[in-house]
Design a protein around this ligand. Structure first.
Ligand code: FE2
Ligand code: FE2
Length: 470
């Protein structure tokens, strides 16, 4: 069941040969996807041999194969985690009923919108990162970028499969639209703001994979709970791939911190100007990048108080991440104390689920912060990195557009405006970071602003030639 058939045009474990109409529709979409990859994917690396992992099974043990692949020849396919026999809906008003194998008519448009919104983020991130290869700090990093890129491409396939298989003509039209919107495009932008922000330097890339891919993890976890079983199974397998994306972010930032601490020790100073002059990223600058990407990603969870989230939960479409950790799965009698600029109010728990999800996301984000701060502490420096308050720089929800500092305090608008450049990267900060970005493409060599990784990929040495450029 979980084996993947690679002899077909589209590798899959969904028995695509058994549904000729669906197979034809997807084979029709495939060249459009490849054209999109060619135009909007990583620029100028189509001939390179990249040491990539490809999914070959959905078993927890040994699901991936590693080997040199030219990216346009990557086997993007459709893989669902194995069905859980007799699976029941685990939350909401239909709790305990059998899960749905087809889309219930009354939830059709809501489910389609949820799938399209998730699907839109996948190609968006590939577009955002398409120029990064030209300034890679090492071949190891270049390979990780491309690994993330091809897997986001596969995540698009995952969502397009659902659209084609379960939403008829509407679904096929949405699948075309997923290739027609582009990140940052003024006419046809991607749906969510964070996915229209440029990711034009590697510090942003590590922050994006740390914070924004982690939002992805939380969205996928909540869809893994869905009563619509094909969505649940699709997302459960996507989570396996997603873990690596966040690893790239966490270890990337950790290596930047390590290198900066070396420079600080060498120079015997924490003076940002001297650290920058030495070609490294000072920690206050890193803090600004963390503030920017964390606050932007927090918006992705939506408004603090939301009737959509209440409906999606009550109807069994979207649960809470790790739903089984909670005791009450219906929430009709539960409430939540919500602090808004107007004060603290008690709202029905069902309407507060975006906030519940945002809080568990922030807890997950803290893990990296603790690790980086331990590095700084061990090196004997006092500075500590921190997550910004979830009220800081919000564009959606109760705190949208309000002058709040990174500690979460409402402050005077003029004070906010004066200080914003010290809380998120200023134009000068970005220009400095860009000035550090030079391609390092000799096996085993690293750019001067980042430490080498602790180990290579799949037990290979760090010096391995992970990308063979031709
Ligand atoms: Fe993804
Ligand atoms: Fe991802």
């Amino acid at each position: 069941m979980s084996g993947i058939n690679y002899s077909e045009k589209i590798p899959n474990n969904v028995n695509l040969v058994g549904d000729r109409t669906l197979q034809r529709a997807l084979e029709h979409w495939q060249p459009h996807f490849l054209q999109w990859w060619h135009e909007m994917g990583p620029t100028d690396f189509e001939k390179a041999d990249v040491y990539l992992r490809t999914a070959i099974s959905v078993d927890a043990s040994g699901w991936a194969h590693y080997g040199a692949v030219k990216m346009p020849e990557y086997r993007w396919g459709i893989f669902l985690a194995d069905a859980v026999p007799e699976r029941k809906i685990g939350f909401g008003d239909a709790m305990g009923q059998p899960v749905w194998q087809q889309v219930p008519g009354e939830y059709r448009s809501t489910l389609r919108r949820l799938i399209v919104t998730q699907g839109d983020t996948e190609p968006a991130s590939v577009e955002q990162q398409r120029l990064l290869g030209h300034t890679c700090p090492s071949l190891y990093d270049l390979r990780n970028l491309f690994q993330v890129n091809v897997e986001e491409g596969r995540h698009l396939w995952a969502m397009v499969y659902l659209l084609h298989a379960y939403f008829g003509r509407d679904g096929r039209e949405e699948a075309e639209e997923l290739l027609a919107r582009h990140s940052g495009d003024s006419d046809k932008p991607r749906i969510l703001t964070t996915f229209n922000e440029p990711v034009s330097d590697w510090l942003s890339f590590y922050c994006f994979t740390y914070f924004t891919d982690r939002d992805g993890k939380y969205q996928l976890k909540s869809f893994a709970e869905s009563g619509f079983d094909p969505l649940s199974r699709t997302c459960r397998f996507m989570l396996t791939e997603e873990a690596h994306h966040m690893f790239v972010g966490e270890t990337g930032i950790s290596r930047v911190v390590k290198r900066t601490l070396e420079v600080m020790k060498e120079l015997g100073t924490d003076d940002p100007a001297r650290i920058r002059a030495h070609g490294a990223v000072d920690l206050p600058l890193l803090q600004k990048y963390l503030n920017f990407w964390c606050s932007s990603s927090l918006d992705l969870f939506g408004s603090e108080i939301s009737s959509n989230s209440a409906q999606n939960f009550a109807s069994g479409l979207k649960g809470r991440p790790d739903e089984s950790q909670y005791e009450d799965h219906v929430l009709r009698n539960a409430s939540f104390n919500m602090t808004t600029p107007q004060g603290t109010e008690t709202v029905p728990m069902l309407n507060a689920l975006n906030e519940v999800m945002r809080e568990s996301y922030l807890k997950d984000c803290e893990i990296g912060l603790k690790r980086w701060n331990r590095q700084i502490e061990r090196a004997g420096f006092d500075l500590r990195l921190a997550l910004p308050s979830s009220r800081f720089r919000r564009s959606i929800g109760a705190w949208a557009g309000l002058p709040v500092d990174p500690q979460g305090r409402l402050i005077d608008k003029s004070v906010f405006e004066q200080n914003l450049g010290s809380w998120v990267p200023s134009a000068a900060d970005r220009a400095f970071v860009h000035s550090l970005m030079h391609k390092v493409a000799e096996p085993g060599k690293m750019a001067a602003w980042i430490a080498p990784p602790e180990r290579g990929i799949n037990n290979l040495p760090v010096e391995y030639e992970y990308v063979k450029l031709h």
